[in-house]
Design a protein around this ligand. Structure first.
Ligand SMILES: C[S@@+](CC[C@H](N)C(=O)[O-])C[C@H]1O[C@@H](n2cnc3c(N)ncnc32)[C@H](O)[C@@H]1O
Length: 236
């Protein structure tokens, strides 16, 4: 299963109408997802006109896509009325700046506009190496440190946001599908298992802790469990 399969499965199972993607780049995922209303947010959108036109043939819903060329913080600050008029967002895919701090903000902001049965998905929650998990303020900085090969994957420390949610939030069901660099799934509802962290807490964790306790820290799920996971927390 890759991120496209996961996003589309969630939209179809929840009968989602509105899809928001934070961090869109060339629209590789965004343009393939089929949903009635799609919103793209990225400070540097790289979707060519040709790609957009091709996407109209794939799904006519793509004609009505909304593109916001700005950071997710700016978007959430400006788009309140638009999101409220849409009646909230059913599925959010967070894949913007890969830092713990920004992904945490993106989750909290998304929760503000999430429809009652909505689902937040977050990419890059289970990096496979210390290099991929390099904490940095940007991909450029991670590359400069030469920890991440130029064309390699950079997931940063987004994984810490999953751990923090599992420690701090008793109103959210949080797990990570073990596919495509780890796809976080965040739903309203009772947690499957709360996580308690002895010692200095989330901020003090490093990649070695993740590698040694991945399953426990992330609540790592086999991708095949996605369906049953969604059913266990039905829309209210
Ligand atoms: C990994 S790419 C997204 C890939 C895309 N989701 C896909 O699956 O095809 C990350 C994107 O996040 C964008 N980004 C960086 N900082 C951001 C921010 N503060 N808010 C929103 N997007 C951001 C970058 O410009 C980049 O295009």
């Amino acid at each position: 299963m890759d991120r496209r399969d996961v996003v589309q499965t969630v939209i179809d199972r929840r009968r989602g109408r509105t899809y928001l993607e934070i961090g869109v780049k060339k629209g590789k995922l965004f343009l393939q997802v089929i949903a009635r209303k799609k919103i793209a947010v990225d400070p540097v959108l790289k979707i060519s006109r040709k790609r957009k036109m091709k996407s109209w043939l794939r799904s006519p819903f793509n004609l009505f896509n909304e593109y916001y060329e700005m950071t997710s913080d700016e978007f959430f600050a400006r788009a309140r009325q638009r999101l409220e008029r849409l009646g909230g967002v059913d599925v959010v895919f967070i894949d913007g700046l890969h830092t713990h701090e920004q992904s945490w903000k993106d989750v909290l902001n998304s929760l503000r506009y999430l429809s009652p049965g909505g689902v937040i998905l977050m990419h890059d929650c289970s990096p496979g190496s210390a290099a991929q998990a390099t904490p940095a303020a940007s991909r450029e900085e991670a590359t400069e440190r030469q920890a991440v090969p130029r064309a390699g994957c950079w997931s940063g420390d987004v994984w810490k946001t999953i751990v923090k949610l599992r420690v701090e939030r008793d109103d959210l069901r949080v797990g990570v599908l073990d596919c495509d660099h780890g796809i976080g799934v965040i739903l309203r509802g009772e947690p499957e298992r709360r996580l308690s962290l002895p010692g200095a807490g989330v901020e003090a964790l490093g990649y070695d802790d993740l590698a040694a306790n991945r399953r426990e820290l992330l609540n790592l799920l086999e991708p095949e469990r996605l369906g049953s996971w969604l059913s266990a927390s039905p829309p209210r």
